[in-house]
Design a protein around this ligand. Structure first.
Ligand code: FES
Length: 185
């Protein structure tokens, strides 16, 4: 199936009949792979988020069209699971564990240190597009509590000083201009 243009009536009401160029071509192999596998909507949404960083309304609409599913169902499934994001995230996504072990061992204090240092609240992204802070449930490495992940890296036994040091290092390493471009792309 060609995904370059979408020729069926996509019901947008704009009169374009879906003739716009497909802006989500990177997703084509995923859609092809799951085309004949029932119940694969969550897998498609996961792959889409991996590719684009978050699920925009346009992206969910595109998935609905390509999978012959209603947009309401795609949106309903996506919003049911906390793993899905609907806003762009920073270059560094901080996932701070608030599970029981981490909570007991000071995750709130770590959260405050992060919020103070980055001047954001939980769920927000810094103005330079570098960091997004999200609280998450148990990351599965409680013996290291309190724990956070930043993208794919795990940091354990966090203290105020340690977390500030980690963030300062990442800040120094990053190219803020590039980070902003990535977030707005
Ligand atoms: S409670 Fe934080 S890793 Fe398990």
């Amino acid at each position: 199936m060609s995904h370059e243009t979408n020729e069926h009536d996509h019901g947008c009401g704009c009169g374009c009949h879906g003739e716009k160029t497909n802006p989500f071509t990177e997703l084509n192999p995923v859609l092809d792979h799951y085309a004949d596998i029932p119940g694969s909507l969550i897998s498609i949404l996961q792959k889409a988020q991996e590719l684009y960083g978050f699920l925009s309304v346009e992206l969910m609409r595109h998935i609905a069209l390509e999978t012959h599913t209603s947009i309401a169902k795609v949106y309903g499934v996506a919003t049911f699971y906390t793993q899905f994001r609907f806003e762009p995230v920073g270059k560094y996504l901080i996932m701070l564990c608030q599970g029981t072990a981490c909570h007991v061992n000071g995750s709130k204090m770590v959260e405050e240190a992060i919020m103070d240092y980055l001047d954001i609240k939980e769920g927000e992204t810094t103005a330079d597009g570098l960091f997004t802070l999200n609280n998450v449930a148990c990351l599965g490495c409680c013996s290291l509590s309190p724990v956070m992940m930043i993208n794919d890296d795990t940091y354990g036994q966090l203290t105020k000083e340690k977390v500030t040091h980690i963030l300062a290092e990442l800040k120094e390493k990053a190219d803020p201009l590039q980070a902003t471009q990535e977030v707005t792309a």
